[in-house]
Design a protein around this ligand. Structure first.
Ligand SMILES: Cc1cc2nc3c(=O)[nH]c(=O)nc-3n(C[C@H](O)[C@H](O)[C@H](O)COP(=O)(O)OP(=O)(O)OC[C@H]3O[C@@H](n4cnc5c(N)ncnc54)[C@H](O)[C@@H]3O)c2cc1C
Ligand code: FES
Length: 272
C-alpha cells in the first residue's frame, strides 16, 4: 500500500470531455486527465452520494483516459446520466497490468466490456511490433465492442464470435482460440478479460497447451489499494486490487474459488 502514492489513492475531480454511446447499454467516457495507466489497470470512479466502483482503463494516451462501462446498477446508471463537462471523482491507477516482450505473438480474448482493456493492450503492443490475434466475443452482434478501433491496428487479425451466430463464428471466443491452436498457430502468450466462466475456459485451454496466459479477475473492491481486504481470494488470501486484477494463469489455478464463486460487499458467497 505504501508504494502507491497518496495522490493516486485520493480522488481527483475529473471533467468529462467526451461521451460515446457504444451500444444500447454501453458508454465510453473520456476524462481530461491522464492517470499514467498501463493496460489492465483500473480506476475507482466515485459519484458522491451514490457509490464508488472499479473500472478498467479503456485507454490512456498520456493526455486523456477513458473508461467503457455497462449500465447495470446504481453507480453505472448515475455515470450514464453524466454529460460532457460534468465532474466525476477518479482514483488510480491501481493494480497489475498485462506484460509482454517486444515482437511477441499474442492472442487477446475479450468478452463484454473486456474489449476495452484488450484494445488498450493491442494499441500499446502494436508499438512493440507484437503480432496480435484478437478474438472479441459477445451474446450477439449488437453487443460487440471496439471492432472499428481493433480493425484499424496493424499486425492485428480480428476474429469475432457471437453466441447466436449473428456475426462471425457461432459460439464462444475460446472455441476460436482452440481452433487456431489446433490449426498449428503458435502464441507466446494469451491475455483475456471478460466474464469469469470465459476466463476459466481460457485458463484450462492454455494450461492444457502449456501456453502462458494472463487473466483479469474481478472481485468486489472497496478501497482499491490493499487496505480493506474485501477482494481477497481463497485460499491464497491475495488481494486482487494489488496482486491483480491481471493474474498469471499459474496463480489463477491455485485460486480455488476461480470459476466457482465470488463474494459480495459483505463477504457473502455467490456462485457463478
Ligand atoms: C477490476 C474491475 C474492473 C472492472 N471494470 C469494469 C469496466 O471496465 N466496465 C464495467 O462496466 N464494469 C467494470 N467493473 C464492474 C464495476 O466495478 C461495477 O461492478 C459495475 O459497474 C456495477 O456497478 P453498479 O453500482 O452500477 O451496479 P450494482 O448495483 O453493484 O449491481 C447491480 C446488479 O448487477 C450485478 N452486477 C454487478 N456487476 C456486474 C457485472 N460486471 N456483470 C454482471 N452483473 C453484475 C450485481 O450483482 C447486481 O445484481 C469492473 C470491476 C472490477 C473489480
Ligand atoms: S479492495 Fe480493499 S483490499 Fe482490495
Amino acid at each position: 500500500m505504501s508504494s502507491i502514492p497518496l495522490q493516486t489513492r485520493l480522488p481527483r475531480t475529473c471533467r468529462i470531455s467526451a461521451i460515446k454511446q457504444e451500444t444500447e447499454h454501453v458508454r465510453t467516457l473520456t476524462f481530461e486527465i491522464s492517470l499514467g495507466a498501463r493496460p489492465g489497470q483500473f480506476a475507482m470512479l466515485w459519484i458522491p452520494g451514490v457509490d464508488e466502483k472499479p473500472f478498467s482503463i479503456a485507454y490512456d494516451d498520456g493526455k486523456h483516459c477513458k473508461v467503457t462501462f455497462f449500465t447495470i446498477g446504481a453507480l453505472s446508471q448515475a455515470l450514464a446520466e453524466k454529460k460532457v463537462g460534468d465532474l466525476v471523482g477518479v482514483r488510480g491507477p491501481f493494480g497489475t497490468f498485462y506484460e509482454w516482450e517486444k515482437g511477441q505473438k499474442l492472442a487477446l480474448l475479450a468478452g463484454g466490456y473486456g474489449a476495452a482493456p484488450m484494445y488498450f493492450v493491442a494499441k500499446e503492443a502494436e508499438k512493440d511490433r507484437a503480432t496480435l490475434d484478437v478474438i472479441v466475443g459477445a451474446r450477439s452482434k449488437e453487443h460487440l465492442l471496439y471492432l472499428k478501433e481493433l480493425q484499424s491496428l496493424s499486425n492485428t487479425t480480428l476474429h469475432i464470435a457471437t453466441d447466436d451466430g449473428s456475426q462471425g463464428f457461432k459460439g464462444y471466443n475460446v472455441q476460436v482460440l482452440q481452433s487456431l491452436i489446433e490449426e498449428g498457430k503458435s502464441f507466446d502468450q494469451v491475455f483475456a478479460c471478460g466474464p469469469e466462466m470465459m476466463l476459466k475456459a481460457v485458463s484450462d485451454l492454455t494450461a492444457r497447451h502449456k501456453i502462458p496466459s494472463q487473466l483479469s479477475l474481478e472481485r468486489y473492491m472497496k478501497c482499491g489499494y490493499g487496505l480493506c481486504g474485501n477482494c481477497v481470494v481463497d485460499p491464497l488470501g491475495i488481494r486482487l486490487c494489488v496482486e491483480g486484477p491481471v493474474v498469471k494463469n499459474e496463480t489463477c489455478r491455485k485460486i480455488t474459488e476461480f470459476g466457482k464463486y465470488h463474494r459480495d460487499s459483505v463477504g457473502r458467497k455467490h456462485e457463478f
